[in-house]
Every structure is written in C-alpha cells, then in structure tokens.
Design a protein around this ligand. Structure first.
Ligand SMILES: [Zn+2]
Length: 376
C-alpha cells in the first residue's frame, strides 16, 4: 500500500491503455468504471455489494452532498468514506456541472456561481476555493477542478470563453488544493468539439500540472459520433503518464469506444438508474424486464453472468417483482448492471494486456448484434 498517489501504465494496444492508479486507500485498475454514489449511496446497493461487483472506486457528487447533509457535517462524522461505509477510493466531482444542470437562479461571475438549492431553495455559492474546501471536508481521494460547462447548443465563441474561464478556475483550484500527499487533483479539459480549443485547454492544464486529466464537456447530448470524433484526437493532447478520465460516460458501447481511444476512467449513473426502471444491460444488448414476454420465462437474464440476479432468479421473477413495485427489483437489476459493467472493464483490461483488444472488441459487438435470446 502506497502513501502517495501514482499511476503506472502497464500495457498499451493501439490507443487503448491498461494500468494501475495507486492511492493510500487502494489500487484502481484501469480502464476503470466508477459507479455513481450521488447522495453517499449507490442507490439500491449495499457498499459491500458494490465492491463485490469489482468496483475499485466510487464517485460522489459535491453538489448533492454540500446541500444535504452538508460537507461540514460529513467531516464532523469522520468523512465520506466512514459516513457511507466505503473504505476504497472515492472521486468527487466539483459541483460545477450539477449547479448548471440542477440548481435554480444561477448567477455566473468570474468569482464563481451563486445559486439556490433545488432541494429547499436555500442560497449557496460555489467557487474554485469553496469546491476544493468541500471536497477536502468530504475526504475525497481524487478531487476535480471546479469548472464551467456551457449548455448546448453553444457558439464556438461561447465555448472558447467558457473554456478560458475554466482554465483560470483550474489555476485557482490548484492553488486552493494545497499540498495533500496521497490525494490527487485532476484538471478538466474543455473546448467543445473544436480541436484548437481542446488543445489550448490541454496546454493550459499541463502548464499548471495535475495528477490526472479529465475530458469534460462530452456526454452532454452531442451524440456518440461527435463524442468519438473528439476522442479521436483529444486524449493525445494529454500527458501519457497520467490517468485520463472521461466524465459521465456511458452506455456499454460508449465505454468500449472511449477505452479504444485512450480513456482510462469513466463514470455514469446509467447502470444503476436503468436498474431501477426495469432495464438490464447484458452481453446481448438491452433487456426490458417489464416486457410481457418474460412473465413465464424460467431462464436467467444472462446464463453466462455470475451475479446474484442471474445466478439465483428467473426472468419471470425479475418481471414479477418489477411489475409488483417490489424494492428487490431495483436491487437485483442494479447489481446485475454494475456487475456487467465491471465485466466489460475486466475483459478490456485483460485484452489490452494481451495485445488482443481488437479481437475482444469484435466479439463484444458481434455478441450484442445477436440481440436478446429468443422468447420461449
Ligand atoms: Zn447478471
């Protein structure tokens, strides 16, 4: 166990990479998928169950936690790891993105953002300095710079102006973060879909210097083709020897395409959110467990999956508990979805290490293309 934050790249295959991020709270095998624990819980999952799916790290949301129960309260109670009973690494976002998407009466200035809580209407301010303070109070292992992400559609001029503000905030975040051995601060590249702006942003971040670099401003409704278009060149602007994190991605095929293009870390609410709405992600694509075709089906969701939902329950049972509004429905489907996502990551890590990513990817797409098993 290390006392410092580090990243070791073990193998590459084309642009795809596999390695290990080391932190005092444990290792993170990359490429890594981070389940989202918005309000100090991955919804419908016990933390030990999340760990059992193979997750090495969770994501926590600064915006939600600062409003409820409050960062100072979590700090008094021993920090986020203790509070939510998760001893492995935690990455927290900066709050910036969710202020833009959830909060009311936002006012953006050079200093930061003032807004009203979507929970109770109370007034708050987030600045780079306050975001660093909140993430320190939470005890986050990987802290994200406070940044601004313009709402789409936006003109190139607006994207450039927003990116340059985010770069000034990145410097303020670095200054406010201070010297915290064992903890990392990640910069966030912006610049929309314009290569010159992406490069300018990357250069600004590299001159400040961070322990890792995120690719921000994607997965905000631009579509997979546009996202992959940016990922075809943007990771190349970032240092090879630091982890690269694509924020808010995504569906299984988004994740595979991002790793293929050089991304090391991702997070998304999709597997857990889908699990609560009766949607399962399997090797053979998406399954809607609400569908009447499952009502008499004694087969598991995925015969090859070793998760508890597939090992111990039929499609007929999963269909029944969803239709009956039983809590176990969300629990089992979320477990399956998170397990499947971690299987994708483990499969990619092994394939990259063997120099066999292309074959793995071809099989991934071919299996999905078969579609779900035939109804009985
Ligand atoms: Zn399963």
């Amino acid at each position: 166990m290390t006392e410092r934050f580090g990243f070791q790249l073990n193998a590459t295959d084309g642009a795809a990479r596999t390695g290990v991020i080391s932190t005092p709270r444990g290792e993170i095998r990359t490429p890594a998928f981070m389940p989202v624990g918005t309000a100090a819980t991955v919804k419908a999952m016990m933390p030990e169950s999340v760990a059992a799916t193979g997750a090495d790290i969770l994501l926590g949301n600064t915006y939600h936690l600062m409003l409820r129960p409050g960062a100072e309260r979590i700090a008094r109670l021993g920090g986020l790891h203790k509070f939510m009973n998760w001893s492995k690494p935690i990455l927290t976002d900066s709050g910036g993105f969710q202020v833009m998407s959830l909060a009311e009466l936002r006012k953006l200035t050079e200093e930061g953002v003032t807004f009203r809580s979507h929970v109770d209407g109370s007034k708050h301010e987030l600045t780079p300095e306050r975001s660093m303070e909140i993430q320190r109070l939470l005890g986050s292992d990987i802290v994200m710079c406070f940044d601004e992400c313009p709402a789409l559609p936006a003109t190139e001029e607006a994207v450039a102006e927003s990116m340059r503000l985010s770069m000034r905030w990145a410097q303020r975040s670095r200054d406010a973060f201070g010297d915290r051995p064992g903890h990392a601060l990640f910069g966030i590249m912006q610049g929309g879909v314009t290569p010159e702006l992406r490069e300018e942003s990357a250069e600004a971040l590299k001159s400040i210097g961070f322990e890792g670099y995120a690719i921000g401003g994607l997965a905000v409704g631009e579509g997979q083709e546009a996202m992959f278009g940016v990922l075809d060149y943007a990771p190349g602007f970032l240092p090879e020897d630091k982890p690269r994190y694509l924020m808010g991605v995504g569906k299984p095929d988004d994740i595979v395409g991002a790793v293929k293009r050089g991304v090391d870390m991702m997070d998304c609410v999709l597997p857990s959110r889908s699990g609560r709405t009766g949607q399962a992600w399997t090797r053979r694509g998406q399954v809607n467990i609400k569908n009447a075709r499952h009502a008499d089906d004694p087969r598991p969701l995925d015969a090859a999956c070793t998760c508890p939902a597939c090992a111990n329950y039929s499609r007929a049972y999963l269909h029944h508990v969803f239709r009956a509004g039983e809590m176990i429905s969300g629990m089992l489907l979320t477990w399956h979805n998170l397990h499947y996502y971690q299987e994708i990551m483990a499969g990619m890590r092994a394939a990259i290490a063997e120099g066999a990513f292309a074959a793995w990817e071809a099989e991934f797409h071919a299996t999905r293309a078969q579609g779900d098993i035939e109804p009985l």
